[in-house]
Unconditional design. Structure first.
Length: 458
């Protein structure tokens, strides 16, 4: 696929790296020649220096025959204009833009349509990150919670802890413990190495276990792997920017929420927006302020400022002072590799955003994509199309489908029914198949496997 990425920042650069490794024709546009040279030295891509919204820049980038334009510069306005130019001048078939300002998003339905501003897909990072963090708070003890099929089935990552009923035992014993609950362990990461689980795989303490289940069974399955944390009640949000304020608004009806923000004017604005959340003026790196706000009784401390170093230091301080769970926003991937036990969960806005973008890049009928473990793994929801004559999956039992190495099928959603993947299950036309891929190099093979042959017409 010929793809133009506008913006070589952390999202654009990481996306280019992922897509270039999958044999796409990638061109990256940016005004910073140094960043472009760095990308070109590492990746097999083209680069074009220049303002992303100018017709001449897009023409040099090859917009005339590009199949996809992805606008992820740091400016909403440049992203919007670039998509308009790509549509009006080059008739680009598909345009995706990252839009951050909530004011634009509030008028999404009226603004972003072909008759006005022709953007096919809007990616709002703040909303994606907020939803991700909220899921972690709603599901105490989870490392990651991802929705498929409009939330009917969820993929959950959890750290196995000694004392969990299934820890030290074979996976097949889960069914004996929970005969009325169906689940599938899609992958296990042990000391950062992926394992494709079988029934006789023994779960060890410290394993990072990814499992799929109907959302109503999630807590039951988690209880097999670790002691379930009590429901969270008190939440402190450090940073009242777009992500912090959006999260506080999403939580304040169900939780006791406090926001700590350094900018006094921003505090006044936040206090007018919030219904019940308490807005505090000060620094979350101030031990006395945290002590005054009873940090030792706080269930979740979320460090969500736009400064990685501040987020890490605040989180370490809050944890040492007694916060039960710490969630930290980290944009620099190098820092994610360095964090220790004092930070329970690090959130990467780039990886969350890229997962959403990949939904529209993957070949075939892909409903959703989630990037996992800082981009090392991926989970996809693919709609199976065709019949036994035209498809390699439709009309076949799961144990008869030849999956690439490192690929597992975790569940099938058929209408409103969630079917956990077992060998005897047969794939039907229009099933939503949820797949876990531990080796990203196999993505192309998965796409080919699900593409129906020439004998099938949509």
């Amino acid at each position: 696929m010929k793809i133009i990425i506008l913006g070589a920042g952390q999202v654009g650069g990481t996306l280019a790296e992922q897509l270039a490794s999958e044999q796409n024709d990638i061109t990256v546009v940016d005004t910073d020649a140094t960043i472009l040279r760095g990308l070109q030295d590492r990746l097999d891509i083209r680069t074009v220096e220049g303002p992303a919204s100018l017709p001449s820049t897009l023409e040099r980038a090859g917009a005339a025959d590009a199949e996809l334009i992805i606008a992820v510069t740091n400016s909403d306005e440049i992203n919007i204009v670039a998509c308009q130019v790509a549509h009006s001048v080059f008739n680009s078939p598909k345009k995706i833009a990252r839009i951050r300002d909530q004011d634009y998003l509030n008028y999404h339905a009226r603004l972003f349509e072909e008759a006005h501003i022709p953007i096919d897909v809007i990616i709002g990072p703040e909303q994606l990150v907020t939803q991700n963090i909220k899921q972690l708070i709603v599901n105490p003890g989870a490392l990651q919670v991802l929705d498929f099929a409009d939330g009917r089935v969820q993929l959950v990552a959890v750290r196995a802890v000694a004392g969990g009923p299934i820890v030290g035992h074979q996976l097949k014993e889960i069914r004996e413990h929970m005969p009325k609950v169906d689940t599938r362990v899609a992958a296990i990461f042990r000391q950062d190495r992926p394992l494709i689980p079988e029934g006789d795989t023994i779960v060890e303490a410290g394993d990072e276990v990814f499992f799929l289940a109907d959302r109503k069974h999630i807590r039951n399955v988690m209880s097999e792997l670790r002691r379930i944390d009590k429901d969270y009640r008190k939440v402190i949000v450090a940073g009242g920017g777009n992500i912090g304020s959006t999260l506080a608004l999403a939580l304040e009806d169900q939780y006791d929420v406090k926001i700590i923000e350094q900018n006094y004017q921003r505090c006044r604005t936040l206090s007018e927006k919030m219904k019940s959340a308490l807005v505090l003026h000060g620094s979350a790196a101030d031990p006395q302020l945290l002590r005054n706000e009873n940090i030792e009784t706080t269930d979740v401390f979320c460090a969500l400022t736009n400064n990685d170093e501040s987020n890490i230091m605040m989180s370490m301080l809050a944890k040492r002072m007694g916060a039960k769970k710490v969630i930290t926003l980290i944009t620099n991937p190098a820092y994610s590799e360095l964090i220790g036990d004092e930070i329970d969960i690090s959130i990467s806005p780039q990886q969350i955003t890229i997962g959403s973008l990949l939904t529209h890049v993957r070949k075939g009928d892909v409903s959703s994509v989630h990037s996992l473990r800082r981009g090392a793994a991926e989970s996809l929801e693919i709609v199976a199309r065709g019949d036994k004559g035209s498809s390699k999956v439709v009309g076949r039992r799961l144990d008869a489908i030849k999956l690439p190495a490192g690929v597992t099928i975790g569940a099938i959603v058929r209408g409103n029914e969630v079917i956990i993947a077992h060998g005897h299950v047969t794939v039907e036309h229009e099933d939503h198949v949820i797949i876990f891929v531990t080796d990203k190099a196999r993505i192309g093979e998965v796409e080919k496997l699900f593409n129906p042959g020439f004998g099938f017409f949509f």
